[in-house]
Structure formats: C-alpha cells, structure tokens
Design a protein around this ligand. Structure first.
Ligand SMILES: [Zn+2]
Length: 86
C-alpha cells in the first residue's frame, strides 16, 4: 500500500533540489517539509502501482493534483524556513 501524495511530494522535492531551489536541504528541514506538506494534503492510498490507472484514469487529474501539491510544497518550505529545527 502506498500513499501517492507521499511519492509526489518526494519527487517534487527531489526536482526542486536538483534545480537548486533556495531552501535548506538538511535532513531535519526536508523531513519537516514532507511532514507539513503531507499533513496538509488528503492521503491518496492505492494498493500498488498497478491500480494507479483505476484511480487516475486521466492524465489531466494527475497534472492538476501535481500543481496543488507543488503549491503546498512551497507553502511548507516557507513555513519550515521561517522556523527551522536545524
Ligand atoms: Zn535545515
């Protein structure tokens, strides 16, 4: 069982780090960003990858939710950066 949002958030964070986004990438901050983001999003559990097509028949839905997640990731980065635990 996987939470699709968890995977999306991890992917988006990886991408942002690769692109050199200006936020702290220490373990504490990254974990906090993941936690804050995932707590702000509804969970999206699927049984496994092979059932993804059933839950997400349209690519459009996936892109839309990606945008929503990206927005939330940026909110979380702002929040964590203003109150870092490192
Ligand atoms: Zn940090």
């Amino acid at each position: 069982m996987i939470n699709l949002n968890e995977r999306y958030v991890a992917e988006i964070l990886e991408q942002l780090i690769e692109e050199g986004a200006p936020f702290c990438t220490c373990e504490n901050c990254l974990t906090d960003i993941m936690v804050v983001t995932l707590n702000s999003l509804p969970p999206r559990y699927v049984a496994d990858c092979s059932t993804m097509n059933f839950f997400y028949p349209s690519k459009t839905i996936e892109i839309e939710s990606r945008d929503m997640i990206l927005k939330q990731v940026f909110e979380s980065i702002k929040l964590v950066s203003s109150n870092p635990r490192h």
